[in-house]
Design a protein. Structure first.
Length: 325
């Protein structure tokens, strides 16, 4: 190639429109992250940090070869919908949806942009994917629920002393459409263990406060972004009523709850980063199987147990990953 041909080739490249230049191999890729809860707190900052660190370990560094657009809905469904609209307009290469409402809002707006989800319950039952092994469509990800989990929550409550003979299952029907799946498992386990199980739906501050009157049993709080956002009110009701409760996230126990048995959220985010990496490198979301959780953690707050006047058996304490004194 002579000098004139080289100059002509350079001129052709320079003349390419910005959209074409953006597709060059060295151009930064774009990831859109939409979370149900707020990023303006310790939990949000920690989760974002885990994701950034995991992506960097795979070669994707923010503000280097990866642009990350962060959006958090703060539990406001209308706000989440608005942010989903904004996110689609940014034309990301991949979308990362944290929580069921984020998935619902994004999937209603795109059938082509790949979506990786995390902290989502029953994606098949909710119609997000065809099945776990071959999700089909444009999304895949990681669930926060494994079948036996709900039964284990009930078993934990049954082991404390004095024993619990009635268990109220707490959730918001409007924000936890998957609750019947878990409730059925809890009811089945209740029949086997000889304990009465009753739904205790909540939807506002008043219904949460009324939980303090459930002094004849214990509470089992199901995974739900509503219960996470209103955890202060939930913990207040539990304290005022001196009601033993088991929760779906260790965040509740760190803030004064009695016990939790949950998936490892940080591990889910790290695994999600691996799928984001694979999609950015050419994999199709439809070909990546949805994965159930593999790591669980039992956390017990002994200070709360003493305040409630309940005793945690030594066998259960021995199984705990963390005991708060």
């Amino acid at each position: 190639m002579n000098r004139r041909e080289i100059l002509a080739l350079l001129g052709t490249i320079t003349a390419l429109p910005p959209s074409a230049l953006a597709q060059q191999p060295n151009a930064a890729r774009r990831l859109g992250v939409l979370s149900v809860t707020s990023a303006d707190n310790a939990i949000g900052h920690e989760r974002n940090g885990v994701l950034v660190e995991a992506l960097a370990a795979l070669g994707w560094k923010e503000q280097d070869n990866l642009i990350i657009d962060w959006r958090s809905g703060g539990g406001d469904r209308a706000r989440i919908a608005q942010l989903a609209e904004e996110m689609i307009a940014l034309k990301p290469d991949v979308l990362f949806a944290v929580g069921t409402p984020s998935v619902e809002e994004l999937r209603s707006r795109t059938t082509t942009t790949p979506i990786v989800f995390a902290i989502v319950t029953d994606p098949v039952g909710q119609g997000f994917v065809e099945n776990l092994a071959r999700p089909g469509g444009n999304m895949t990800g990681f669930t926060d629920y494994d079948g036996p989990l709900a039964g284990k929550w009930l078993e934990m409550l049954m082991q404390i002393s004095p024993p619990v003979r009635r268990v109220y299952v707490v959730y918001n029907p409007a924000t936890a459409p998957f609750a019947p799946l878990m409730l059925g498992t809890v009811e089945e386990a209740g029949r086997a263990l000889g304990v009465a199980v009753e739904p205790a739906p909540v939807h506002d501050a008043a219904s949460i406060a009324a939980l303090a009157s459930r002094k004849d049993g214990g509470l089992l709080v199901l995974p739900d972004f509503f219960t996470m956002i209103h955890r202060t009110e939930l913990l207040t009701a539990v304290t005022e009523g001196r009601v033993p409760a088991v929760f779906w996230s260790r965040t509740f126990v760190d803030e004064g709850g009695l016990m939790s048995y949950s998936t490892d959220t940080a591990e889910q985010l790290r695994r999600a980063a691996s799928y984001i990496d694979r999609i950015l490198r050419g994999a199709r979301a439809a070909d990546l199987p949805v994965q159930n959780p593999t790591k669980f953690e039992l956390v017990i707050n002994l200070k709360t147990a003493r305040a409630l006047g309940v005793t945690i058996p030594s066998g259960l304490l021995a199984l705990a990953h963390d005991v708060i004194e």
